[in-house]
Design a protein around this ligand. Structure first.
Ligand SMILES: [Mg+2]
Length: 164
């Protein structure tokens, strides 16, 4: 195995390796985050932009890391994985709310990782039905603008006619 190019602040001997979610320590599993020397070094070598400003740019990253870019995995595979990743978000929240874990920076980073996994599969579901995440966001905004034109109120929620 080649020498690691990036090193975990907690485990400098083990190195950090690129995973689907980003740069991850082999020893502790932590992801490198903004402010870590390893993250900055990794960012300097990565081909995609450091800051994702549009879903179109994000989709380029997703397609680069899709193991089946030609669509061999069907819609229902990605829809199922979307549910699985959303469940992983809940699993972390459950640990904080019910199991005495602390919402510290490490837990926040784990939840961010699971939210990212969820976003990744959300993009794949959108792509499989032929829409962009911009279109999904736009449609959601239009629906909620019509439902709550002056912002959310409990009364408007109770009196909704669409029943959804
Ligand atoms: Mg996950």
């Amino acid at each position: 195995m080649s020498e690691p190019k990036f090193h975990c602040p907690k485990h400098p001997q083990s190195g950090m390796w690129e995973s689907l979610s980003g740069l991850r320590c082999n020893a502790c599993g932590d992801l490198a985050i903004t402010g870590d020397a390893a993250y900055d070094a990794y960012r300097a070598t990565a081909s995609e932009p450091a800051v994702i400003r549009t879903f179109a740019v994000y989709r380029q990253h997703v397609e680069r890391t899709d193991s089946n870019p030609e669509g061999h995995f069907p819609l229902e595979y990605h829809a199922g994985c979307l549910c699985e990743e959303a469940g992983e978000v809940y699993g972390k929240v459950k640990k904080v709310v019910y199991h005495g874990h602390v919402m510290d920076d490490a837990m926040r980073a784990k939840i961010v990782e699971e939210l990212g996994d969820t976003l990744w599969y959300l993009d794949r579901v959108a792509e499989r039905i032929g829409v962009t995440l911009e279109q999904v966001a736009q449609a959601n905004m239009a629906k909620l603008r019509a439902r709550y034109p002056n912002g959310f109120t409990k009364a408007r929620s109770r009196d909704r006619k669409d029943g959804a």
